[in-house]
Write a protein that binds this ligand. Structure first.
Ligand SMILES: [Zn+2]
Length: 335
């Protein structure tokens, strides 16, 4: 450090007057500055034009070039991230209010890309839950059996590959049958199965029964066929079928009393049947899987193994119904 100027003595070396940078006299041959041959274009083999004094310019161009490339990569990444965000959130952004409430979103098939679900849409209604236990039985409550059976059925339908199943409720809070029907409609249900358990004061009350959409309604024929297929399969296991063959129609009269008719009675009644069947907008059956008050019924279709057996029957029946009404219709349309 120079104590007078405060400058470092080294600064003097960088002045234009440094002898090291003076050009040699013109009369002497100039030795090559750089023994490395100029870079050649890999495509043409020609030497790339290069200004003699311009390594610094060349390096600056390289720096500008790589800064430009980094900027382009950054812009591409930002555009890609934006595109992914739009694909995931587009429907909600474009249609405010299109997003379903959380409880329904969990029940409806995931459809973030705005495409139709792939597969035949089956709504599985677990009957009770969300704080509603259904009938409180001596071995377990109805909702325990219906939920476990519904979830086992969901697993079977999902594994099949031809179906897009969903639950009509996520079970976090009680949803009335009318709300579960609305969830089924919102999810695009093409077939609905509602799972329940029966109960009686006498433990000898036992057997399987199910209720299709009744006569005079849209989807009666398809629902009746579905119900008969389910009852047949339960009957094949040796389970007692209630009524004529395990299929019945139910209505609620003006006093809200249940009126039950056997399947052979095709009288059209104006009284409402189960709300879920009235309002789900597709072929539908409500099944009373077994009497949860009957030890024999519980052993057959209510305990852990019984729930699996019932889920298997429902699954096989849905396959049979689907093959009869959907695949057959599709192949007819092709011929
Ligand atoms: Zn029930």
């Amino acid at each position: 450090m120079d104590h007078r100027t405060g400058h470092s003595p080294a600064r003097a070396k960088n002045t234009y007057h440094s002898t090291a940078r003076q050009a040699p006299p013109r009369s002497q041959p100039v030795p090559p500055v750089c023994p490395v041959p100029p870079p050649r274009s890999p495509r043409t083999g020609r030497a790339r034009p290069q200004a003699a004094s311009s390594y610094r310019q060349y390096a600056a161009r390289r720096r500008r070039g790589s800064a430009l490339r980094r900027l382009m990569y950054l812009m591409a990444a930002v555009l890609l991230a934006g595109a992914v965000f739009l694909v995931l959130n587009g429907p909600e952004l474009l249609l405010p209010g299109a997003a379903e409430p959380e409880s329904q979103a969990a029940a409806a098939p995931a459809d973030p890309a705005g495409t139709e679900p792939t597969g035949f849409v089956v709504a599985v209604d677990p009957g009770h839950g969300g704080g509603d236990p259904g009938t409180e039985g001596p071995y377990f409550n109805e909702d325990e059996m219906t939920w476990e059976t519904a979830e086992l059925l969901m697993d079977l339908l999902e594994a099949d590959g031809r179906f897009a199943p969903f639950l009509t409720t996520d079970g976090t809070e009680y949803e009335r049958p009318s709300q579960r029907a609305a969830n089924a409609v919102a999810g695009g249900a093409q077939l609905l199965l509602s799972i329940h358990g029966n109960s009686g004061d006498d433990p000898n009350y036992a057997g399987f029964e199910c209720y299709p959409v009744p006569p005079g309604r849209t989807y009666n024929a398809e629902s009746l066929a579905f119900a008969q297929m389910i009852a047949d399969r339960f009957g094949q296991t040796g389970e007692r079928l209630r009524g004529e063959n395990g299929v019945r129609y139910i209505y609620y009269d003006a006093n809200n009393e249940k009126q039950i008719f056997e399947v052979s009675d095709t009288t059209v009644h104006s009284d409402p049947t189960f709300t879920l069947l009235e309002e789900c907008g597709c072929p539908a059956v409500l099944a009373e899987q077994c009497f949860i008050t009957s030890p024999e019924d519980v052993a057959a279709f209510g305990d852990e193994a019984g729930r699996q057996a019932a889920a298997q029957i429902y699954y096989e029946t849905i396959c049979e119904w689907y093959e009869t009404y959907v695949e057959a219709a599709d192949s007819d349309a092709l011929t």
